[in-house]
Write a protein that binds this ligand. Structure first.
Ligand SMILES: [Ca+2]
Ligand SMILES: [Ca+2]
Ligand SMILES: [Ca+2]
Ligand SMILES: [Ca+2]
Length: 685
């Protein structure tokens, strides 16, 4: 009866469950059938063999299964049915084993009691072409009233493949399904093959991660068919810089090149300096193709053109261009000697140097000439002298003194000319040098003035030396005076030297020798004879006067005397006789005579002796009164004669002592000079 009901109700229940749990109950219902089938098997083994209570218990379990109370069924089988079998059945092992199988079956299909979600993909395999995309649908399904946000992520084992969802966060309705579109894009560098995979993960907080794997196949992109390009590149606007290249300059060539079709492949500059063609690849910078032609030497003819290819192998060439290398730089030259504005005399070395500039490629030294006042005196031809060259200029025979212009002109082979001039003064005339005072052979004492005169058209300086010691230098020409204190010298011969220099190196000397004497003559003890003179006898007075050998010598010696009848001193020059200076005194009678000796040397130094005196006796037999009477008689006849004579003698003696005239010879090591001295009084400063 119950079995019948069960049999009737069972398909209905299945149908209801199917309608209610459309998404998962079809699986559960099949398993429930297996459980019920096993339970039926168990009941069949019990029916009629064991107490009906056991069969009833099994039927109760079947009802529980049918009602979906699986846990209750497991509980009853475990705690009731198995105990009953153990109690009531003789050999229960097979039945207990069957009960365990049923329990396992029920446990295996126990429906989830907690909400959850499932993930699925519309495609299990996906194919993507390099450089393009493909898509598949990913679905998230809610079970047991799952109602939460699910985040979708995807990864792949292939490189250069980008995965994205149109919705990476989905929210399925309770027990419903929601979809997101997975976009798969492969780059051109993605590897080809069918052994790649994409893993899609669905994550929701508090739930296990759900994964699904999709096989990925990447196929190669099919290349487009190649273009057909039969047009060569176009070369326009080939330019060079500089326009007129110099021998030491590189030349930059630029070209604008374009191509229709496959594009420019290579641009070349092809050039030649006369020996073979060279090739330089032109680099694209700032829209222009650029390359350089290296420097070529002066006068080289350089030809060049530009060649270009496109990527299809088409080739184009520009027209040919050319240029000639120039040398615009004048040569170098120097006049090392003489200096500008130099004063020159005698033979003068003119030292010059010349070469064309730089060292490589220049046109080179062509020619040079040296001229003086427009007259070419030396020329040079290649090769240029490697060191400075010299021309010896005989200025004395070349022309008169004066200003000359030296000019060096140098040309290179390119015709560049450079000139250098300098102005010099030629002076082959000696200066004048005169010592006007003191005269050669002079005797000097105390301070004296040296008067010199120097001159020259190109006067430089004049120097005054005494005994070779420089005492004054004058930087202007003309007459100059130097004061010289001879007391600074020992007595003896000194030299006075004047040297006058001109700027050209000429010099003139003047030389005088003088004797310095600051020592007075030595007057010995005078003597007279007779010692006690009688009236009217000649009285000879002798004295020695000496000068040292280096002295100037005795100039004069004078006797000064006075007797009782004279108002003034009377002077008589003494003469040198046999080593003594001597003179006679006459006409003395009955008087006392006082006298002294005065001596001058030739420099003007003087000495005076002490005053001496002696007595002259009166005349014998002629009384003085008679003599006086006789004089008075004569005087009356001839008027004033005696007086006149007296005055004249006095005056003449005085004059001769001062203006004595004599000649002297000075012998010195430097010169033998004859000097006539009329005045021995030296100039006093
Ligand atoms: Ca082309
Ligand atoms: Ca040059
Ligand atoms: Ca001169
Ligand atoms: Ca002297």
């Amino acid at each position: 009866m119950r079995r019948r009901i069960l049999n009737l109700t069972f398909p209905f229940i299945i149908l209801m469950l199917t309608l209610s749990f459309a998404t998962f109950l079809p699986v559960a219902s099949q398993n429930t059938g297996a459980i019920l089938s096993k339970l039926e098997e168990l009941r069949g083994k019990v029916e009629g063999v064991h107490p009906p209570a056991l069969e009833n218990k099994i039927e109760a379990v079947m009802h529980q299964i049918e009602a979906g109370t699986f846990n209750g069924a497991i509980n009853k089988l475990q705690n009731d049915v198995k105990k009953s079998i153990a109690a009531w059945v003789e050999n229960p092992e097979d039945l207990l084993k069957l009960v365990d199988e049923i329990i396992d079956l029920i446990k295996g299909i126990t429906p989830p009691t907690a909400p959850d979600f499932q993930i699925a993909a519309a495609d299990t395999e996906l194919e993507v072409v390099q450089g393009s995309s493909n898509t598949t649908i990913i679905t998230i399904t809610s079970t047991n009233n799952f109602s939460r946000q699910v985040n979708l992520t995807a990864s792949t084992t292939a490189s250069d493949v980008i995965l994205s969802f149109n919705a990476s966060t989905v929210f399925p309705e309770k027990n419903g399904t929601v979809a997101s579109l997975l976009n798969v894009t492969a780059g051109f560098n993605a590897p080809t093959g069918d052994n790649f995979s994409i893993t899609v993960n669905g994550t929701s907080v508090g739930f296990e991660v759900k994964s699904i794997e999709i096989k990925l196949k990447i196929t190669a992109v099919i290349p487009p068919p190649p273009e057909v390009d039969k047009t060569p590149p176009t070369i326009v606007s080939v330019l060079r810089n500089p326009e007129t290249p110099v021998y030491n300059e590189s030349v930059t060539v630029t070209a604008f090149v374009y191509d229709t079709g496959t594009g420019v492949n290579q641009v070349m500059l092809i050039y030649s300096g006369g020996t073979g063609w060279e090739l330089a690849y032109m680099k694209l910078t700032g829209g222009l193709y650029t390359a350089s032609i290296p420097p070529f030497p002066y006068n080289a003819s350089v030809g060049y053109f530009v060649k270009a290819t496109d990527k299809s192998g088409n080739m184009a060439a520009s027209i040919a261009f050319s240029y000639k290398v120039i040398d615009p730089y004048p040569p170098l030259l120097r006049i090392d000697k003489p200096a500008q504005a130099a004063y020159l005399s005698g033979t003068v070395a003119i030292t010059v140097f010349m070469k064309d500039q730089n060292s490589g490629g220049e046109s080179g030294f062509g020619s040079a000439d040296l001229s003086i006042n427009g007259t070419v005196i030396k020329t040079w031809e290649p090769p240029a002298p490697s060191t400075p060259d010299t021309y010896n200029w005989p200025t004395a025979t070349f022309g008169p003194d004066g200003i000359y212009i030296l000019k060096l002109s140098v040309r290179d082979k390119a015709g560049n000319l450079v000139e250098k001039s300098l102005t010099v003064t030629v002076d082959n005339t000696l200066p004048t040098a005169v010592i006007s005072s003191p005269a050669d052979g002079s005797y000097l004492r105390l301070s004296t003035l040296i008067k010199v005169t120097g001159s020259d058209a190109n006067f430089d300086k004049m120097e005054v030396r005494i005994d070779d010691e420089l005492i004054r230098t004058f930087l202007t020409s003309g007459s100059e005076v130097v004061e010289w204190d001879t007391l600074s010298r020992v007595d003896g011969v000194s030299s006075i030297n004047l040297t006058v220099y001109d700027k050209a190196g000429n010099l003139k000397k003047a030389l005088v020798h003088v004797t310095v004497d600051n020592t007075s003559p030595q007057i010995g003890a005078p003597s007279w004879s007779p010692k006690k003179p009688a009236a009217e006898v000649n009285i000879q007075i002798n004295v020695t006067v000496e000068e040292p050998t280096y002295g100037s010598g005795v100039e004069n010696v004078t006797l000064g005397f006075k007797n009782k009848t004279m108002d003034d001193w009377k002077f008589i020059p003494m003469e040198l006789k046999n080593g003594n200076w001597t003179t006679n005194l006459s006409n003395q009678s009955d008087t006392e005579v006082r006298f002294f000796i005065e001596a001058f040397d030739k420099a003007g130094n003087s000495a005076k002796s002490e005053i001496q005196k002696f007595t002259v006796t009166g005349p014998a037999g002629f009384p003085l009164a008679w003599i006086l009477a006789a004089i008075a008689i004569i005087g009356a006849g001839s008027g004033g004669t005696v007086y006149y004579l007296r005055r004249r003698r006095k005056k003449g003696a005085s004059s001769s002592s001062v203006h004595a005239t004599s000649s002297a010879k000075i012998d010195s090591s430097a010169a033998t000079c004859t000097s006539t001295s009329t005045n021995k009084k030296t100039i006093k400063a």
